[in-house]
Write a protein that binds this ligand. Sequence first.
Ligand code: HDE
Length: 722
Amino acid sequence: MDHLEPKLTSKEPQHGEIPGAPAAVPPPVDEPTEPREPLPPKPDQRAPETVSPTGQATGAPPAAVAQSGAYLTTAHGTRLHDTDHSLKAGPRGPVLLQDHHLREKITHFDHERIPERVVHARGSAAHGVFESYGTAARITRAAFLAEGVRTPVFVRFSTVLGSRGSADTVRDTRGFATKFYTDEGVFDLVGNNIPVFFIQDAIKFPDVVHAAKPQPDREIPQAQSAHDTFWDFVTLHTEATFHTLWNMSDRGIPRSLRMMEGFGVHTFRLVDAEGGTTLVKFHWKPKLGVHSLVWEEAQIAAGVDPDFHRRDLADAIEAGAHPQWELGVQTFPDTEDQMFQGIDLLDPTKIVPEELAPVQPIGLLTLDANPSNFFAETEQVAFHVGHLVPGIDVTNDALMQGRLFSYVDTQITRLGGPNFPQLPINRTHAPVNDMLRDGMHQTAVHRGVAPYRPNSLDGGCPFVAGAGDGAYIESPVPVPESRKVRDAAASFDDHFSQARLFWLSMSEPEREHIAAAYSFELGKCYEKAIKERGLRVLANIDGELCRTVAEALGLPAPEPTVELADPQPSPALSQVGRTWPLDGRIVGIVVPDAGKDVADARQAVLDMDMVPLVVAPTGGDGVQRTYATARSIEFDALLLAGSPSGDAPVDARLLTLVGEAYRHGKALGAYDGGDALLAAAGAQTSSAGVISGDSGTGVLGQVAELLGSHRVWDRFSAHPGV
Ligand code: HDE
């Protein structure tokens, strides 16, 4: 029976060891022994003002509460001696129930996950600042829109359909939600990268989301609209046509979060100091221009680098290439019917073309800091359409009205109670005295006995403010006399004319991409009736589009069911035909001959404010990517510094890299014999956007010119199917 006896250690406790405690396990050699100081709190991570039960202000910043002192402790601050072994009856167990440290550690871990957002679960965010130009001060009294005011912001970008762990580059709408920590309270502009929505009334939101999310029987597909239930809904509920068309266009697959527009979607009402009102639509215009991936790139990225957008945003900010957007407004007179040139401003499935109402810049957003902790900031940030400040009011848009209810409601489930405004990332920078009390996770220790009004016991505090003291006073706009109905205005019945306007505004390659996207998505549906209905919708947008998709599906093209007069196209909707800054664009310098000096070409790329990445067969000094780690998705252009020498077959990964870049319409420059590599990869050297020359710097100049237009658009028409 000897062997069943637990072995007792004969080792005597050493100096500093606790008698009877398990021997300390030596730390791994590279584990730091001197803990670093906790990171300083960010300005917008200030803790709520708290007082101790005895009335003393603690004023402890959250970093001090969460992570201070050099020693590991329990959640209650007791120092720990060992966190690697459970407390056991002897070294081979059993584990004792009295191990309160084990239980605290595991219990906390068991509850580390919170419900993900029901939509927009996958997101990435950044801190920044918004500087107002003051140009809106004439039409709004919002203090943060006065000239020169700088307001801290937190922006969260997201996809809509996928779960938290889904890929970034799926075809989807992107959320663009901005929290402005103004001196008058928080203002949230909770927008998207597409200016219209699928539905006109909030009551349809559960329907569109249930249709678009993975199907309930098998929970597939993830983060995709390419399935029967989505197309079933959007082809029956045709007010979704215009938003769906945006999704099928290149806007559904942005190149980078830094290179997409943002829209408030609804019409808002701005209120000036005298109470005068103006209707506006908000727009975010990226300084780097509006750029998209091509579909094949999006698919490759989803596999090769599912965090493509998240990484791109964080890397750019860390490298000091701070992304910027101008905030602009389209303004409309606040007329009784709230129409503008025949467009119903309360219908969120309609745009007002920029050619009819130009976007007037009112301020500049710069994102300049990454979050320190994804969960505390990006995950716990809680936006709400009803977070408004004096000078910004809502309208009767029935979609917006429903959102005013939904956002607080969802946070109560997601963030475990009504006190989420106290989380550091949600905390306003304005003083709070709200008479809201108690509830789950109450972190404030409120003073006084009279959280009610009127009171005499707390000296009548807090007081209500008047307009002159910065109170939020709803604009007293007239409410139209009417009857109670479940209905919408007749102007909401037009579901196709703006979809046609969009189609007519697209360039040839953009139209090809749209037709290919519909062919893919409808082609993924199993039900023939849904495909046929999809084609009937397309016939009402454009005959050519319908015929192209019908051919791809192997089905007859139906005739339109509505007669549409051709609207005036809106060139502002197209991504083609303009030039954009080169800042931050990525140029791959491919060096098949390891050791070749490309310092000049590299420096020339840097001098143009672009990012050079040297790609070589294997790693080494000055090499950022190898054939094993490089894929075309990452590069906006390639410089081929020569071709592989010798008789050995060319590495297939190199051929893939060059061939893909060629197919994806990227500018290609070859020098020092790089044309041979182009030819081997199937790239036609006579094709548009393929440059060959004697020196890297010479070729780069022409490549940079092409990059200004983002892609070599002509190449798509010559090589369809990408
Ligand atoms: Fe949202 N939406 N939404 N939405 N939405 C949410 O709120 C909702 C709509 C948008 O990064 C949820 O905190 C309803 C339009 C963004 O945290 C939820 C309706 C637009 C984000 C919700 C809409 C948006 C959300 C899920 C129809 C563009 C992500 C988690 C009336 C203007 C914000 C959450 C972030 C998130 C409800 C329609 C944008 C459930 C009921 C239109 C960018 O409350």
